[in-house]
Ligand binder design. Sequence first.
Ligand code: PLP
Length: 365
Amino acid sequence: MADSGPISFARGAPSYDIVNVEGLRSATRAAAEGELKWATPYGSAAGFEPLREWIATRHGVDPTRVLVTNGSMQADAFLFAELVSPGTDVVIESPTYDRTLLGLRECGATLHAVDLESDGINIEALRSLIEDGGVRPALAHILPTFHNPAGCTLSLAKRVALLEIAAEYGITVFEDDPYIDIRFTGEPLPRLLDLDKSGSVVYASSFSKTVCPGIRVGYLVAPQELAAAITTRALNTYISPSMLAQAVVYEFCASGEFERSVATVKAALAERVAVLSASLRERLPEAAFVEPEGGYFLWVEFPQAIDSLHLTAAAKERGVIVTPGTEFTVDGGKHAVRIAYSGVGASEIDEGVARLADAYHSLAQ
Ligand SMILES: Cc1ncc(COP(=O)(O)O)c(C=O)c1O
């Protein structure tokens, strides 16, 4: 086995080579040109106005429904603080984004985990939780497109069914959607936000996966009243987010660098996912996974005899880092790992899988 350094499939961040650094440089220059009287004082709590309007136009909503935040994690935190208090019933997917689990736990939510299938949340199980189990969730956190960590995408039929349930039982659906632009194959699906007729959806997305995470710009689209309440929360928390960072993102978007960046990331990740899938099929035929149509992640299920914590430890010893499935569930994921292929170049992926396979075979003996 070639002896290169450690290979990390742990972080859902783009590798430097696929960040549009030149675009970022010219957007920064453009943002800093001329008078900076708009950037030096505190700005609007709802975010840099031109970016807010760009986002509103993109989603066909009034700008008063948009709040631009320090990454979408900040949007999540504001929303949870607004809607969740100790004992609030909240539906989460199983598995789900680990930081969502942390955030909701911190608010004291009573979590109801509903299993994911290859086409998204199990709608029958959700219905049964409500109708047979008598649970009345205030909020459902849903990652419909290119799921983190599962890689799957919610089908159109399930999107419609989910919104029907939300409207019927007054559930706010939190559509956590930072990966939607990174589609490599298949037909685009409408956002839940676009399908929603009853004002059930609060939408969050981010520029972390399309521009870069270090810029820390994300956003929320919410019904007007909720957006206003969250804007007050933002004002009371930090007065305003960084106008300069948001102005750079605005210049990046308005100049067409955004589309260039998305095209680069898509092309690179399509190649990585193809290499990764082929390598997994060849080296780990015992492993099951859904090949993602987009996004940053692939979820691998191993046979029951394999403990994901033992596997990730053995993998680390062999110089490859993957994340145990247990980090993404309340009490499952014991035989699964998440592989983030966004940070590893195609040329290193097969070597990473070879190390993982070696770790697996050391345990499966
Ligand atoms: C589902 C999901 N939501 C939110 C985020 C956080 O995004 P941001 O960097 O905008 O805070 C991530 C980042 O990995 C994510 O996977």
